[in-house]
Design a protein around this ligand. Sequence first.
Ligand code: NAD
Length: 333
Amino acid sequence: MRVAVFSTKSYDKTYLDSANAGQHQLVYLEPRLDSTTAFAAEGAQAVCVFVNDVLDAEVIAILAKQRVQLITLRCAGFNHVDLEAAKLHGITVARVPEYSPHSVAEHAVALMLTLNRKIHRASARVREANFSLDGLLGFDMHGKTVGVIGTGKIGQCVAKIMSGFGCRVLAFDPYPNQKCIEAGATYVALQTLLSNSDIVSLHCPLTPETHHLIDEKAIKQMRAGVMLINISRGAVIDTRAIIRGLKSGVIGSLGLDVYEEEEYLFFRDLSSTVIHDDVFARLLTFPNVVITGHQAFFTNEALTEIAGTTIANISAYELSGSVVHPVSVERLV
Ligand code: NAD
């Protein structure tokens, strides 16, 4: 099957080529998929896309015109795909529902520890031969309360790791699960979690219900000095409200791996250009904010799994007309 692979980075090519082993004709394209680049899928039966590719009704209509039959996502989240439009045009959508929840959960914990012990500042100081400890004071994680919002595959891993640190773990999810309770978490209402947690970590998908879940009102319910970690999707938090929270001190520290407008920034080297996003630029000025550019998934194990599952989805579609992990308006697997 001929597959147009959008938003290709060198590591995508390495892992996909290895999993593919010559089965499919993978056409690697650096641009992100949107209405101006969709023409590049001409002649392909499938497109393979990542988190910031645009798959709205307009793009899907262009793909359908080019006889694309399959959209295969190299990620778990599918908030950027217009599933109604895909259904309308008879295009199958596949994803990688689970690759390594550990990779993402461990990155959330890396952000927590970095912020708590000010590793980002300490490392920069030591490089300048400044060995002063002023301003680097942290706290014991042991005994603190961590609130996990969204206790699916990744949230469960975070709950387990934080229990191992000796933290009290509070959880909120409309669908509580036993595994998370076994991991040491106690399910509570969202408001209880917000008002009792020293650290709040977000692991829910972006949906209409979770859009700006952490807004002005939620921030008011939080403990003064709370640490907030968002590793799920940028728009789960209202970034402008968070900036106000940082300025007032209610938010004591912020760790982000995702950002509302990240499609204009992440996954490329902009170090020689001017950042035009003033909200993002403001975030970069805070000493108590650490941002990574959507790299939580970026481990050898996760990339191996993503490539393997993507090729399995493509092969299954070629053989049987259905994929291993479909995502549709009717059925989410
Ligand atoms: P999952 O589907 O296993 O779990 C999501 C959980 O969120 C479910 O238990 C669901 O019930 C819960 N949820 C749904 N609506 C909620 C709400 N309103 N409030 C609280 N919880 C709610 O997904 P997962 O594999 O754990 O991934 C979670 C999210 O993490 C993904 O949707 C994706 O956006 C994000 N993610 C980020 C990266 C990264 O590299 N930063 C990588 C993978 C996933």
